[in-house]
Design a protein. Structure first.
Length: 144
């Protein structure tokens, strides 16, 4: 139950992010989620795209260094404490959350979506499923 996150390494300078997203836009790649982590000299853009193959192909052709990482997409009840419930399940299963960020999913108003990078995707998925929490699969990217 993984989705594929694309991580792109960019120089931390004006216009670098604009140029990269321009390449994706020109090639009709739709982004579902995006996070930027930076240092003084470079940044890491983490993103979920509707078409991973197309996104990575155009990035490679444009000269961008990137990698693919399996992450979890989780549907979270859009109520106070919804995220806390998911984190409690992961804590109980002794699954460490390395990082997380919001995920676009506007068609289903009763859920928020988060991307989780965890130590053990299989343990996290099993623990969440046991508590009735839905994870999102790569094939669902076009429908969210």
């Amino acid at each position: 139950m993984n989705i594929k996150q694309i991580s792109v390494f960019l120089e931390n300078k004006p216009g670098a992010l604009y140029a990269m997203t321009g390449v994706l836009a020109q090639n009709q790649v739709d982004l579902r989620a995006l996070s930027v982590a930076e240092t003084k000299d470079f940044g890491i853009v983490r993103m979920i795209a509707d078409d991973v193959y197309k996104a990575t192909t155009v990035l490679k052709e444009a000269g961008y260094i990137h990698s693919i990482t399996p992450v979890l997409g989780v549907a979270i009840a859009d109520v106070p404490g919804g995220l806390n419930r998911v984190l409690q399940v992961l804590t109980d299963a002794k699954v460490n959350v390395e990082y997380m960020y919001a995920f676009l999913g506007g068609k289903k108003a009763d859920h928020a979506y988060m991307v989780f990078r965890v130590e053990n995707n299989e343990a996290a998925t099993a623990a969440l499923a046991a508590r009735g929490i839905k994870t999102v699969e790569q094939e669902e990217m076009d429908t969210l």
